[in-house]
Write a protein that binds this ligand. Sequence first.
Ligand code: PLZ
Length: 453
Amino acid sequence: MTTETVRGETSSGGPELRQQRRLVTDIPGPASRKLAARKDAAVSRAVGTVLPVYVTAAGGGVVVDVDGNSLIDLGSGIAVTTVGNSNPRVADAVSAQVGAFTHTCFMVTPYDGYVRVAEELSRLTPGDYDKRSALFNSGAEAVENAVKVARAHTGKQAVVAFDHAYHGRTNLTMALTAKNMPYKHSFGPFASEIYRAPMSYPFRDGLDGIAAARRAIDVIEKQVGAGNLAAVVVEPIQGEGGFVVPAEGFLPALAAWCRANDVVFVADEVQTGFARTGSLFACEHEGVVPDLIVTAKGIAGGLPLAAVTGRAEIMDAPHVGGLGGTYGGNPLSCAAALAVIDGIEKDGLLARANEIGATMTERLTALQARDDRVGDVRGRGAMIAVELVKPGTTEPDAELTAKVAATAHARGLVVLTCGTWSNVLRFLPPLSIPRHLLTEALTELEAIFEEAR
Ligand code: PLZ
């Protein structure tokens, strides 16, 4: 047992959170079950919950629930609390901002925090060209705005997204998202002028990056035509679609084709951005410089913020007043984002993401070597997944995936699944997770796989 704690020494205070896995009731426990019953009576059933323990505190590498259980966090609220829940830098910055002012609407009476976030995005995102940003509330809203900007800039309408893509749940982003259930089913009609191209998926297509790019570009040229195409939108590593890492060379070839054809290359780094993959942005692993980059999630440590950043001439294409929204770049979110950026740099979080990635990859690759239900281990940094298959085949095993995830939940591990076939178990720990908790979680997972034989 450990006595390691977080938060105790910060000015933002709060109770100390012991960094330990501790189960004192069933998962979910009685207090959580009571809350779940109230949820059922008050919240639309359409809003599901993966692991219905009701949270009272979270930080470091744990999530604590109303029954007093302390679970190991391998999800970061879907890749959001990369710097840790209630990160002290974020908590202090937001507290100070709450005391100063909470909202004015940047479009009415602006403030420095928004401008500073935009300056930081210009400094940090790939590409040494002149940049501009616009801030929004959610990943989906930012993706929509990237499409608006690309259309205004090119005067063209078509947009290409990929197989297994996930870009959001609004009408336009549902159209960009590939998977029907649960994201699109019964919610059509969808936005027009969206086309889908094949993704590079090395485990399933066996193609190298150049061949996969040629296949995608051929579909785009034959079925859409560069003359109609405003933007290609791609996640440099797909998130909800299964942590699909495209084969080396795929993204650079696609970006080069876009550049040669007056097509805006949009990198959706909503899930991969802000240190998650061991570099600030996943595009950097292959030196890809997007025209527009979409960020959200990890940018603000849990406060809602999203951004579109890119070439000044593209971002300035829409008319004055053409982009905005009541809350976009809210002062609290901007204060949080500046603290996140500061923390990533000062706390050496890129190195930490790589260290976490090395630990997870080593342990999971060893598991794969002795367990032929683990078809693939992939990802970068603190964004790692295993794809589960029927032994020795590539046939997806969603049932096993659900069983392993459910057992992990019952044993106090917050794990998520993903993938077009729901057969991918993904790990997105906060970079604040103590080493001993990561190791304990991996040991527990190994035992769960063993027992699930
Ligand atoms: N682009 C790459 O991963 C959000 C979705 C969870 P929002 N992913 C988590 C769910 O089931 O709704 C995401 C993403 C990528 C865009 C988005 C959308 O971001 O902030 O959820 O709108």
